[in-house]
Design a protein around this ligand. Structure first.
Ligand SMILES: [Zn+2]
Ligand SMILES: [Zn+2]
Length: 127
């Protein structure tokens, strides 16, 4: 059995199932998001690369009050001049994991480019 879709990092289908990751970022009141399908190796690699930046959230739902950017450690601007990022990870045979990070404007822009995040339509409450 091979995966239906190619891995979004190395671009080929794999033997077995792909795992998934969603990156969501709110920067200057605009939401960006993208879901990636990844092979287990590339997902491991990606999580390792970002392990200093992304804090895994536990069940208590509490997030730390960061005052500096999780990537470059510059002091953060006042809301909304900062980026709040949530990362969800789905792996086979594991419960969903959730990570959190806060970015300055420059690093938030870089995250958008690195993950090719797509701008989300503004939230429209239903009439
Ligand atoms: Zn891959
Ligand atoms: Zn930064």
């Amino acid at each position: 059995m091979v995966s239906v879709y190619p891995c979004d990092v190395h671009g080929a289908r794999i033997r077995g199932a792909l795992e998934g990751l969603r990156v969501s970022l709110v920067l200057k009141s605009v939401s960006y998001s993208r879901r990636l399908r990844l092979c287990p190796t590339d997902l491991d690699e990606l999580l390792k690369t970002h392990s200093q930046e992304w804090l895994e959230l536990t069940d208590d739902g509490l997030v730390p009050e960061y005052t500096v950017c999780c990537s470059c450690e510059k002091p953060l601007g006042k809301f909304p001049n900062r980026g709040d990022a949530y990362v969800y990870v789905w792996r086979r045979r594991s419960p969903q994991q959730e990570f959190y990070a806060v970015y300055c404007i420059g690093c938030g822009d870089r995250l958008i480019r690195d993950f090719r995040l797509e701008e989300q339509p503004p939230y429209q409450p239903r009439a």
